[in-house]
Design a protein around this ligand. Structure first.
Ligand code: PLP
Length: 389
């Protein structure tokens, strides 16, 4: 019998999750109901943040977070090239420019050292960024203490793209607590650590940002007389006081997310168990296994290996294709954003961020999800051994 292919990531849905969604279907509220606030409170409480705003994707979350940070025309957003395009596109949505900071060769995160150098240069040229978006790649947090210090020195806002990182910790504290940032964004896409099918969230400790995020999520409309420009006409009344969007999440999704939250620690623990098992099983192969910083407990969204190509007779592409042919649906995170056609048209070119390009030429994401079985993992390792021999 031919074995089913093994994806690189997938959701884990329990009967309790299904029941939670069905319960909402039978209730009065399919959207704009009580499940959304319950989900927001659960995540905020878990992370130790004061406020949370759930939206229909992390892409939307990044967009309204940038707007709340007052990013606009004439401003610049900096992020890492080793990310999904959404971490950079959010700057362009606001009419701002985008630039990148190359990665740390060990963690593959935006390098705080490179950031410091680039800031000193930008200051001399009068081109400092308004917003920096560090991405906690694979779930491992960036060096947030250094980034926060630089944000105070150079006066930019920090939006953590923690799409990979819910359930992880930085220096013993949950990612999402925003101790070192203005806002933190999570994604709940099915390949991420918990899911709402599509969905995202912004967390913050600042009431002013929270109030704006709530408005931007829903057309820029307020029903709170405190924000109205003149007195309310009556109980039906609302005012649109800025231009917002319909980025709302549904109650069906929020109920799924709330139910998933009860298993978040379990999900991350099983990812850690699997990563430790990979580390051991791959130790003798010509690959670099993921480095784990001592300061961090990664969410382990991804398990990325780098091929030691000088010890392997196949090319990166041949190894990738051979694994896919064996039903191991490996992936590659990420194509450096600045090399995308759209970004080349903005003036970027290959060679601009060499560390991220070197990484891209060697990286492969192996299957990693909480319900991956030891037997499936053994198949991944066997296929890799065969391919590399
Ligand atoms: C998945 C992801 C996003 C976008 O998330 P969506 O919820 O699909 O919009 C943004 N940034 C990073 C780093 C991601 O991995």
């Amino acid at each position: 019998m031919k074995q089913a292919p093994i994806p690189y990531g997938r959701q884990s849905i329990s009967e309790a999750d299904i029941q939670a969604v069905v319960d909402v279907l039978r209730s009065d509220w399919l959207t704009q109901g009580p499940s959304i606030e319950a989900f927001e409170q659960a995540v905020a409480q878990y992370c130790g943040a004061k406020y949370a705003v759930a939206v229909n994707s992390a892409t939307s979350a990044l967009h309204i977070a940038c707007l709340a940070a007052e990013l606009g025309e004439g401003d610049t957003l900096w992020t890492t090239p080793n990310t999904f395009v959404a971490s950079a596109n959010c700057g362009l949505y606001c009419g701002a420019g985008v630039d990148f900071v190359d990665i740390d060769p060990k963690t593959y995160n935006l390098s705080a050292t490179e950031l410091e150098k680039k800031l000193a240069k930008a200051k001399a040229e009068g081109k400092l960024p308004k917003v920096v978006v560090p991405v906690h790649f694979s779930g491992q947090p960036c060096e947030m203490d250094r980034i926060a210090e630089l944000s105070r020195e150079y006066g930019f806002s920090v939006i953590e793209d923690a799409s990979h990182a819910i359930g992880g910790k930085y220096k013993g504290e949950a990612i999402g607590g925003c101790r070192f940032s203005d806002m933190t964004v999570f994604s709940f896409h099915p390949v991420k650590i918990i899911t709402t099918a599509e969905g995202g969230m912004v967390l913050t400790n600042r009431k002013d940002l929270y109030d704006r995020l709530i408005r931007l999520r829903s057309h820029g409309i307020t029903r709170d007389p405190a924000f109205m420009e003149w007195e309310s006409d009556g109980p039906w009344y609302y005012q649109q006081i800025e231009l917002g969007f319909n980025y709302r999440i549904t109650d069906l999704q929020a109920a799924l997310g709330l139910s998933q939250m009860t298993r978040l620690d379990e999900f991350v623990a099983s990812r850690h168990r699997l990563a430790a098992r990979y580390d051991e099983l791959l130790a003798q192969l010509p690959v670099v296994t993921p480095y784990q910083h001592a300061d961090s407990y990664s969410g382990l969204h991804l398990y990325v290996i780098r091929l030691k190509l000088d010890e392997i007779s196949k090319s990166h592409r041949e190894v990738f294709e051979a694994l896919r042919a064996r039903g191991i649906l490996v992936n590659l995170h990420y194509i450096p954003v600045h090399t995308q056609p759209y970004y080349r048209r903005l003036g970027f070119k290959p060679g601009d961020f060499p560390e991220s390009e070197r990484y891209y030429a060697e990286a492969i994401s192996l299957p990693m999800f909480s319900s991956l079985t030891d037997e499936q993992q053994d198949r991944v390792v066997a296929a890799l051994k065969e391919t590399l021999s």
